[in-house]
Design a protein around this ligand. Structure first.
Ligand code: ADP
Ligand code: TZP
Ligand code: MG
Length: 296
């Protein structure tokens, strides 16, 4: 475990023998042993990369954009990943039906609110999900700020204006939105977590909040880094609780992107090296990653 980050006094390094690290290493081993299926309803841009990342992390992938298909396959999938990056006319009704079926069955799912705040159709779809909440939200800072506002958890002060799929806010500015969203989904689903990605990721279950430095800025130069992190989070959710799943996937991504950056010459070779690193990163290396708990 390295500790080279200059941190605020409220950040406390998570000990090597903290039970959360034992849960993370167990989750990483379980994924490798069980090859769990996490299905995805995700965008056309990065669908292939999401599936490849899930396979490289040790899971199994299945993509579908038909509501009936997704609901049926949820009976054999450990979790589902839903990503609203690209939209078609049928999606509003399809996603309304899917998330209500999951609410009824108790099926676990991860939401990636790509480009939240952009466009009336996406806003209608995401606002509706407050009535049938996911177990994990994984997004960038701007997406979390917009989603918390849509779900009535925070008033939008207008300072964050989404410009596309990339964040225009830093992770810290989404901390309150993330905690409010995590508390909301925990109340709705019994257990839940929110992961905000960026230069220093944040993961919270609404009670405990963690910060995860590390990773590589080259992650912002390939499309699908965030989407595939959401997909791999769903892979981990097949074998563990939402907080552990969100932490394990984010720690894996930070370590794997550091490994990839050591050999890459640019975005193209980085993408290939990153998939290889997801494959070779050991459970112990994931669980021993740099991790701080925020205690005010
Ligand atoms: N500046 C950065 N330095 C290191 N890692 C980063 C940086 N920006 C993003 N990442 C990593 O890239 C992955 C995707 O995050 P992000 O780019 O925020 O998602 P999105 O693609 O949804 O906007 C995460 O693993 C995150 O930690
Ligand atoms: C470019 C783009 N446009 C619609 S979805 C998408 C992919 C976004 O991927 P990520 O959020 O992982 O950067
Ligand atoms: Mg994204």
């Amino acid at each position: 475990m390295t500790s080279h980050t200059i941190t605020p006094s409220t950040w406390h390094a998570v000990d090597a023998d903290d039970p959360i690290r034992a849960r993370i290493v167990q989750a990483a081993r379980d994924v490798r042993e069980r090859t769990p299926l996490a299905q995805s309803f995700t965008n056309f841009v990065t669908m292939n990369f999401v599936a490849n990342a899930q396979l490289a992390a040790g899971g199994s992938a299945a993509m579908s954009l038909l509501d009936q298909d997704i609901v049926e396959i949820s009976s054999v999938a450990g979790a589902t990943y839903i990503n609203v990056g690209t939209l078609l006319p049928s999606y509003q009704d399809a996603l309304h039906a899917i998330v209500r079926a999951f609410k009824e069955s108790g099926h676990m799912w991860v939401l990636d609110p790509v480009a939240a705040g952009l466009g009336a159709a996406r806003t209608a779809i995401l606002t509706d999900m407050a009535n049938a909440a996911p177990n994990i939200v994984r997004g960038n800072a701007s997406e979390l700020i917009a989603l918390a506002s849509m779900w009535g958890l925070q008033s939008a002060d207008g300072s964050s204006r989404p410009e596309g799929v990339e964040s225009v806010d830093d992770v810290e500015s989404a901390a309150a939105a993330a905690r409010a969203a995590a508390q909301f989904i925990t109340t709705e689903r019994g257990e839940g977590a929110v992961a905000v990605s960026g230069a220093i990721d944040l993961v919270t279950d609404g009670d405990r909040t963690f910060r995860l430095p590390g990773g590589s800025p080259l992650m912002t130069k390939i499309t699908g880094a965030g989407c595939s992190l959401g997909g791999v989070t769903a892979t981990y959710l097949c074998v563990t609780d939402p907080l552990t799943a969100a932490l394990a996937a984010s720690l894996l991504y930070n370590r794997a992107s550091e490994m990839a950056a050591e050999h890459a010459h640019g975005p193209g070779s980085f993408q290939a090296e990153f998939l290889d690193a997801l494959w070779t990163c050991a459970p112990e290396d994931i669980a021993n990653g740099e991790l701080f708990e925020v205690r005010d």
